[in-house]
Design a protein around this ligand. Sequence first.
Ligand SMILES: [Zn+2]
Length: 170
Amino acid sequence: MSGGFNYLTELEKGTTHLGGQSLVFHCHFYNCQLQEAIEDGMGSAAPGVLTKAAVDTVSPQLRAIADGATGADLLQRAEQLFAELGFGALSLGALGPDGGEAVSPHSHYAMGWLATRGPRETPACFFPAGFIAGAFAVAHSVDPAAVVVTESRCFAMGADDCAFTVAVNR
Ligand SMILES: [Zn+2]
């Protein structure tokens, strides 16, 4: 696998890892079907489960690509990783140590949901929210459990992009 980071690809096994986490690439049909099944099955618990799963998976990957970077430098690396893994475009530049707003002008989950299922009445981007929480936590050495990311607008709901409010419980 090409890209800017130290992916571990084992050709014999056909596997790719980053930060000890296995990477498997799925299309929007798969990812949105999986998300819909979890939302249908878990109801109001689904967003928290989906977001925490992303935090737990992404945080080791971000620590692996940190290479000494912290703060804004690490958030730039996180933006690059998000795009390399096919999750879309992410802008974390407006985040400071106390949080702020992150924007995804092109979210795989929101665009995929709209393309396969039509508009939603609630935000779609639980994985991106968890990715942002994990990136912020690693960049600012904060416990990921203390980072609260709320999607304030979503492309899948008819907005022009997706926006996320990042806050820290200190
Ligand atoms: Zn969204």
